[in-house]
Ligand binder design. Sequence first.
Ligand code: ZN
Length: 392
Amino acid sequence: MSRVSNIVPTETTRELLRIVRAAQPIPRIAVARRLGVHRGKITVLVRPLIASGVLREGVPDSSGHGVGRPPIGLSLRSENHFLIGVNIGVKQTQIGGATVDGKILFEENTETPADPETTLAQIKSAIHRHQRRLPDRELVVVGISVAGPTDVAEGRLLYAPHQGWRDVPVARMLDLPVPVVVENNATAAAIYESQRRRRNTAAGTAGDFVLVRAGTGIGVGLVVGGEVFRGTTDIAGEFGHMTIVAGGKSCPCGNLGCWERYASAASAVELYKGGTYRTSTLRFTDVVTRAHAGERRAQTTLDRVGTHLGIGIANVICGLGVPNVVLSGDLVHGWKFIEAPAHAAIARSLCGRLSRWSLVAGETSGSELGGALEVAIEHYLLGVVENVSVAA
Ligand SMILES: [Zn+2]
């Protein structure tokens, strides 16, 4: 048995920590059921985590129900650490701090400056300000989500087409004494959705799903077996720039007819106005409000956007073979009008007819800062697992 304990995959330990974080305090038997392992193996997995101070085990507050011994719950210990998440959106930047077990310590929103130098200088000064306000806590990781593909290992943003930012060495420019993880915002939202599923679904696991984040652009995150899939070049999920209309509308990425020019929240505003959205003060939520009020033009706009959304999602399902899709981002505000045409477009496709599929609405905005924080927490848990593995 001791030999077995030394070759327990770190993925299992990491998933165990995610499950505990989602449902703490959680009894060992419930962790075993969600992980799909024997109860005896949980003992092997948990022992070094308790010994090294990562987990604690105690009696939950509600001990008054039932007879006999109340269940003993596992929880993460995180008294003195905190993490910072930063979502650098095309228009707005959110900065927030949280404890390892998910308690939000602070949150602030600012406009995103036009250039990366000013943006990162502002973020760095905000991080220092919050560190000074929390002298009793140690900052351990900063997670940053950006609107484009990244080189995660290098902490670099490769390209953010809507901001015109190319090859920005985010981690190096921030120059912080803690790890800085730079992740695409759709991937970050997918990590956030994974944790939401562990918290809210009956199975208590993340499973396999595709997350389509539609705001200014469209990004796609893929989760298989609870783990994010990045491909071998870090650009997996750039479906927003797959061509769906030959010779179609021009895209900031330099191509024509990209999916996000027909199915993002920004493209809906543009379609509604019949011109460019860049000079418009009209927001996507205004179009949705008008549709709810019965305005025909707004309803037709959302119907067409829903159809294009469904066409792209059918392509994604066909390409990836993962039929469960979650919609995230601003477009979710218009779900009432988008759902039916999107479902119809998927149902018409070959893959839609061949397999069971689902398209559901996720959260509209929680996944932005929440995603960046999850990126930080994931990195923290990975460090915990590696330390415990080395100690074992
Ligand atoms: Zn494009």
